[in-house]
Design a protein around this ligand. Structure first.
Ligand code: CP
Ligand code: NVA
Length: 311
């Protein structure tokens, strides 16, 4: 591969990628996935090291970066919240400069997006957003790979995201806009996506792409090829779980709601899922759901990204 325009860059938002860079990462991811399935080794990042700096729990993000670096010939090191104490035991700027002296890339999962911005400001190596309160770009990359595998392309499709206008909604809106995919974010009043993100997505989207934030399920789901949902209370909002349950109840992805989209619409969920809340068991485990293919694609999508950032 020629040197990527992404080499040495940060990925704090999915919109840090241009449309062409996003397609290039997905193409590399698809190639690495195929090689992995054929057991063809690809030690492209031999000797490179990745630090996982996490303030919140994780299964998929931690494991996929760890396994991904191993398969690429490098190594990942997990740094638990109590060890690093980001901004508490030590300033973020000191943490960034110390890790930069030992590792090739930092993946951070933080409570406030500003912590990532601060890490990136002081880091001499790329910083990747492994989830913040504002965006989850690595998940969106895996989601786009999953959609591309199913439909053969992204442009011209329509996604309906149902639920909280949260980090996932933001990255999906921006990722859809960059990919030529229309998206409706359907949320209860008071839980809409950030208005600046909606405007940014509209600016990135071409003429034929519509970016909507609506409250009405029927309007948002009409003609949807993909139905996406996420938890009603994100990490850090646990004390709001009960109050949110009341507000979000009409927005549960159940078989009636799935029936409002195109027949055979793809059902996605970033996981972890709360069966009986944002999605029913029947839909999550049903024939339209691709949630485990989507989870697996975290591995392949992020390997594609790492090769572009470090290769
Ligand atoms: N979807 C996702 O990011 O999962 P984890 O929180 O388990 O990493
Ligand atoms: N919105 C969720 C996504 C989890 C992967 C959260 O931030 O907890």
């Amino acid at each position: 591969m020629e040197e990527s325009s992404l080499k040495g860059r940060d990925l704090l938002s999915i919109a840090d990628l241009s449309a062409a860079e996003l397609s290039a990462v997905l193409a590399t991811a698809a190639k690495l996935k195929s090689e992995t399935q054929q057991k063809i080794p690809h030690p492209i990042l031999a000797g490179q090291t990745l630090a996982l700096v996490f303030e919140k729990p994780s299964l998929r993000t931690r494991l996929s970066f760890d396994v991904g670096m191993f398969q690429l010939g490098g190594r990942a090191f997990y740094l638990a919240p109590q060890e690093v104490g980001l901004g508490k035991r030590e300033t973020i700027s000191d943490v960034a400069r110390v890790i930069s002296r030992m590792c090739s890339v930092i993946v951070a999962r933080v409570f406030t997006h500003e912590s990532l911005v601060e890490l990136a400001k002081y880091s001499e190596v790329p910083v990747v957003n492994g989830l913040s309160d504002f965006e989850h770009p690595c998940q969106a990359l895996a989601d786009l790979l999953t959609i591309q595998e199913r439909f053969g392309q992204l442009a011209g499709l329509k996604m309906a995201y149902i639920g909280d206008g949260n980090n996932m909604a933001h990255s999906l809106m921006l990722g859809a806009a960059l990919s030529g995919m229309s998206i409706s974010v359907i949320s209860p009043p008071g839980f809409e996506p950030n208005e600046e993100v909606v405007s940014q997505a509209r600016r990135l989207a071409g003429d034929k792409v519509t970016i909507k934030a609506v409250h009405n399920l029927e309007a948002g789901l009409a003609g949807a090829d993909i139905i996406y949902t996420d938890v009603w209370a994100s990490m850090g909002q646990e004390e709001e779980t009960e109050s949110r349950r009341q507000v979000f109840r009409p927005y549960q992805v159940n078989s009636r709601v799935v029936g409002l989209a195109k027949p055979d619409a793809l059902v996605l969920h970033c996981l972890p899922a709360h069966r009986g809340d944002e999605i029913t068991e029947e839909v999550l485990e049903g024939p339209q759901s691709a949630v485990f293919q989507q989870a697996e694609n975290r591995l392949h999508a992020q390997k594609g990204l790492l090769v572009h950032l470090l290769g």
